[in-house]
Write a protein that binds this ligand. Structure first.
Ligand SMILES: [Zn+2]
Length: 459
């Protein structure tokens, strides 16, 4: 509660504004005295003093007002401790917002930390704007970020697991053999809430099955039991960690990556066929090169003219026919994936999905002369159960991928991280920003009168 409107507008609890002047360079010079009940209590013995010793001027750095810098001049007292048994002879006044020997108000530090956490700017940028040093902002941000996420996440029905690389791999040449030896290649594994709005649930250093399993082992048994579906990329490491730690959950692979693999197979087949035909790599002007971007598209999105162009080009010779066979294999695989409810509007049945996958295998087996198709069919059959689960449940790893993009963006904005702890913290904050926004939206507003005296509120 403040004594007057000016103090309430200034808003530092315990400071009463006595005068305001325009300073040089658009700065606002604010003069204030202490207005805090416990400010005359000795910090050692707690006795209230009534013997002022001297007056000192403190100039803690404070938050800007409407973009202009604020020059706060706090006239505070130094008191003599009147308690005979107390060791301390004098002490200055202190406030929760401005602790002793602190040259920055708590609200300025918090504002800088909040800007890093919620606006996604770097600590360096926030420090420049607030007129603080990088270590001060970093420490304030770290204190805020280390409370996120909370101690235990809420139950999650669909869990997503994804990884991102930390920095770039480092190599050195071996002196004896002259070969490259990898020095460091570090990864972070992240766990995401796909069914709710919690964003990132946790992160683990490294990307082995043990790293992922270790994080899962730290979760409560009831929380693990609640996980029904785990979405992963086609990565055997995470699949084994999930099977070990979440035996009751169904694994679903991300269908985007399945299609991506099929598209890559067309490219591989095209490059090989072109090399066999011309004895060189493809270049613009080759008929096969002209349709390569059309082959990537979904069949249903091609115009009749584009479809005719593909048929005409690939029908011309042996090389083209090989590419066409790979292209048809992709569409046969997509036919199975397109049974998912999101695409058809009705719940798929498992038999139907497996039948269409069988048609895909059959096609690959009929065209075993194309080695790329065999290896694609082998990979797909290895992941068949997980693909069927993804089609039946409709769970995708898209949320993980979008949050993973945020995680990578943080590293770019920081021009790379020197410190892995800083990186984990920044990534965690970035990937839970949406969840915090949802929480603050649901908070109810409350009105409290801030000034104790003065004119009554007209409203
Ligand atoms: Zn004392």
């Amino acid at each position: 509660m403040f004594q007057d409107t000016a103090s309430a507008l200034f808003g530092v609890a315990g400071l009463q504004v006595t005068d305001v002047q325009a300073g040089p360079g658009g700065a606002l010079e604010v003069w204030a005295v202490t207005d805090w009940p416990g400010s005359a209590a000795c910090p050692d013995c707690g006795a209230l003093s009534d013997r002022p010793h001297e007056t000192v001027l403190a100039r803690p750095r404070d938050a800007r007002r409407a973009g202009d810098p604020v020059d706060l001049r706090w006239v505070k007292r130094r008191w003599k401790c009147t308690e005979e048994s107390c060791e301390r002879r004098t002490f200055t006044e202190r406030l929760p917002q401005v602790p002793p020997r602190c040259r920055v108000t708590a609200r300025l530090r918090e504002q800088a930390a909040r800007e890093v956490a919620e606006r996604g700017i770097t600590p360096a940028e926030a420090a420049r704007h607030a007129g603080l040093s990088w270590p001060v902002v970093h420490d304030a941000f770290a204190a805020r970020a280390d409370r996120v996420p909370g101690p235990a996440p809420a139950p999650v029905a669909h869990l997503g697991i994804d990884e991102h690389r930390r920095g770039r791999p480092r190599w050195r040449t071996d002196d004896e053999t002259g070969e490259y030896v990898q020095l460091a290649d570090r990864w972070h594994t992240c766990f995401y809430d796909l069914s709710g709005k919690q964003g990132m649930l946790g992160q683990a250093e490294g990307r082995t099955a043990d790293d992922a399993a270790y994080w899962l082992a730290g979760a409560a048994p009831a929380w693990l039991d609640a996980v029904r579906v785990v979405a992963i990329d086609m990565c055997t490491i995470y699949a084994s960690a999930v099977r070990r730690m979440l035996p009751g959950a169904v694994i679903a692979v991300d269908l985007f990556h399945v299609v991506q693999l099929a598209v890559k197979t067309i490219g591989d087949a095209r490059r090989r066929a072109v090399r066999e035909k011309y004895g060189r790599r493809g270049k613009s002007g080759d008929p096969e090169y002209g349709v390569k971007n059309l082959l990537v598209r979904n069949l249903e999105n091609l115009t009749p003219a584009q479809f005719a162009k593909i048929i005409e080009t690939l029908d011309a010779d042996e090389a083209g026919q090989q590419i066409a066979l790979a292209w048809i294999a992709k569409e046969k695989l997509r036919a199975a994936l397109n049974l998912r409810a999101r695409a058809t509007g009705s719940a798929p049945c498992e038999r139907q999905v497996r039948d269409r996958l069988f048609a895909f295998y059959d096609w690959c087996a009929q065209n075993e002369a194309i080695p790329e198709l065999l290896s694609l069919a082998r990979t797909i059959s290895r992941w068949e159960d997980e693909i069927v689960a993804a089609v039946l449940t409709g769970v995708t790893n898209a949320t993980s991928e979008s949050l993973n993009r945020l995680a990578k963006l943080e590293a770019r904005m920081a021009y790379g991280f020197r410190n892995p702890a800083s990186q984990r913290r920044r990534v965690r904050i970035a990937c839970t920003r949406g969840a915090r926004r949802n929480q603050s939206r649901t908070a109810t507003a409350r009105r409290t009168r801030l000034v104790s005296s003065g004119l009554p509120n007209p409203g």
